[in-house]
Design a protein around this ligand. Structure first.
Ligand code: AMP
Length: 285
C-alpha cells in the first residue's frame, strides 16, 4: 500500500496540483468530512479509476453546522482515515486547519437558491450555504478537476452540480451510487450515533424507499400515494420519527402531483441522537 502525502497548506496543494496539470495529468478530487467508511472509499476508487492524480480533502466544515448541531461531537479519526485513503489509492490528502480555511471572518457566502430551501434546507436553513461556500473554496484551491460526490447526499449533489454550472467552474461533477450495509442502511459517519436497537431499526429508511420504488415500478402515478406508503413503513417503527418522505424530480428536486419522468425518492428520519437521510432512484433497488 502507498501512503498518501498529507498536505495542510493551500499553497502547497496548489503547487503540487498545478505541476501535475502542467505535466498533462488529470486531477480527481473527493471532498469529505473524514471518519471515512466504505462509501467514501468507493468515491476514491472511482476517482483513481478515472484520473491520474487523486486528492481527498478531510475538513469538518464549521460553516455548515448550525449552533445546535453536532460540530464538536462529529466523529474524527485521522490515522484511520489516512489508512483508508492509502488503501483506496489516493495520492494526496488535504487536511487544512480551520485557520487555513477561514483565516478571517467570512463575509462572502455562496448560496444556490430554490434547490437549497427544500427538504434538508427546511430543517437546516444555513446548511447548504455552508456546503456551497466550502465546496466553492475547495474547488478554487484544487483547480480544474473531476470531483466525485455520493448520491447518498442527493440534494447536496444537485446543489453542487448547479453551483458548478452557474459559476462556470472548471470542474466535472460525478455522482456515485450509495454504498449500503447488508441490511440496506446507507453507510454514514453519523451511524455511530445510533444505539444498538436503533441501529437494528435504521434499515426502515431503505425499506420505506424500496416500498416507494416498488409502487412506482408497478405503475403508481400519484405522488401522494407513494409518499404515504413510505411514511407508513416508517410509522411502524417506534424508535424513529419521520421528517419527510417525498418523490421529487431528480434535477430540480421539485414535487408534482403525478410522479415526474425522472423521479428520486427522498427520506429523512430522527432517532434519539441521530438524524438520518437516504434516497433512491427507481432503477436503484
Ligand atoms: P461526508 O464526509 O459525509 O461529508 O461525505 C463525503 C462524501 O462522501 C459526500 O459526497 C457523500 O455523499 C459521500 N458519501 C457519504 N456516505 C456515502 C455512502 N454511503 N455511499 C456513497 N457515498 C457516500
Amino acid at each position: 500500500m502507498r501512503s498518501p502525502t498529507v498536505v495542510t497548506s493551500i499553497g502547497e496543494l496548489r503547487e503540487v496540483l498545478d505541476a501535475r496539470r502542467c505535466a498533462g495529468h488529470s486531477v480527481g478530487f473527493v471532498p469529505t468530512m473524514g471518519y471515512l467508511h466504505a462509501g467514501h472509499a468507493s468515491l476514491v476508487k472511482a476517482s483513481v479509476a478515472a484520473c491520474d492524480v487523486n486528492v481527498v480533502s478531510i475538513f469538518v466544515n464549521p460553516l455548515q453546522f448550525a449552533p445546535n448541531e453536532d460540530l464538536s461531537r462529529y466523529p474524527r479519526d485521522l490515522d484511520r482515515d489516512l489508512d483508508l485513503c492509502g488503501r483506496s489509492g489516493a495520492d494526496l490528502v488535504f487536511v487544512p486547519t480551520d485557520e487555513e480555511m477561514y483565516p478571517s471572518e467570512v463575509l462572502t457566502v455562496v448560496s444556490v437558491s430554490s434547490i437549497s430551501s427544500r427538504f434538508e434546507g427546511t430543517n437546516r436553513p444555513t446548511h447548504f450555504s455552508g456546503v456551497a461556500t466550502v465546496v466553492t473554496k475547495l474547488f478554487s484551491m484544487v483547480g480544474s478537476c473531476t470531483a466525485f460526490f455520493g448520491e447518498k447526499d442527493f440534494q447536496q449533489l444537485a446543489i453542487v452540480k448547479k453551483l458548478v454550472a452557474d459559476l462556470s467552474m472548471p470542474v466535472a461533477v460525478v455522482g456515485c451510487p450509495t454504498i449500503r450495509e447488508p441490511d440496506g442502511l446507507a453507510m454514514s459517519s453519523r451511524n455511530v450515533y445510533l444505539s444498538e436497537t436503533e441501529r437494528a431499526a435504521a434499515s426502515v429508511l431503505s425499506r420505506a424507499l424500496r416500498r416507494g420504488v416498488d409502487l412506482i415500478r408497478s405503475s403508481q402515478t400519484v405522488t401522494s400515494v407513494v409518499e404515504s406508503a413510505m411514511a407508513q413503513v416508517v410509522a411502524a417503527e417506534s424508535l424513529c420519527e419521520l421528517d419527510y418522505a417525498a418523490v421529487v424530480d431528480s434535477t430540480s428536486l421539485e414535487t408534482f402531483e403525478t410522479i415526474p419522468e425522472n423521479p428520486r425518492l427522498l427520506i429523512a428520519a430522527r432517532f434519539s441522537k441521530a438524524r438520518l437521510i437516504d434516497n433512491m432512484g427507481v432503477n436503484d433497488a
